[in-house]
Write a protein of this length. Structure first.
Length: 162
């Protein structure tokens, strides 16, 4: 397991580029809100800790993880952020729906990264159980939202290079 020996909430602030000038978008799935709110809080608190101004953090909500791609696309077009964090949670059920949603969401976010020069960070938990999702959204493994915020800052800095 990738997170077995690692806490997702730990980062070296000294190794993160200056972020006080960045505008960061966050598109959050309302499905599995207990999990996505935890991820959002981790991302938001990390962005603030790293110097992003509160007024430069934009949040849009979408119904589910499948809708993240469209929400991110519209945010890129309308708000022109330096980076976007796509936050979602898909928990395996009894049908193949899990596989279709996970695949489409990952492919959609990948496509946005190829189509636009705005980096879109994949912060979608794809877990087998609710407990696994809780462990990665502020639980015993830390918070994947924190990791995504650090990635957003680093990718925004990379994107601003000429």
């Amino acid at each position: 397991m990738a997170t077995a020996n690692r806490n997702l909430s730990q980062y070296d602030k000294e190794g993160i580029p200056k972020a006080d000038h960045l505008k960061i978008g966050v598109v959050v799935s309302e499905w599995n809100a207990e999990i996505t709110e935890g991820l959002f809080n981790g991302a938001y608190n990390t962005l603030i800790d790293c110097g992003v101004q509160k007024t430069n953090i934009l949040r849009w909500d979408v119904p589910g993880s499948f809708e993240l791609t469209f929400g991110c696309k519209k945010m890129i077009q309308q708000e022109k952020p330096d980076a976007i964090i796509a936050i979602g949670s898909v928990i395996r059920g009894e049908t193949m729906h899990f596989d279709f949603v996970c695949t489409a969401t990952a492919q959609g976010i990948k496509d946005l990264n190829l189509q636009y020069s705005t980096p879109v960070i994949f912060c979608v938990l794809t877990d087998d159980t609710l407990q696994q999702a809780q462990d990665r959204s502020g639980g015993r493994h830390g918070n994947k939202g924190t990791e995504a915020a650090v990635a957003a800052i680093k990718m925004a800095a990379l994107g601003s290079r000429n």
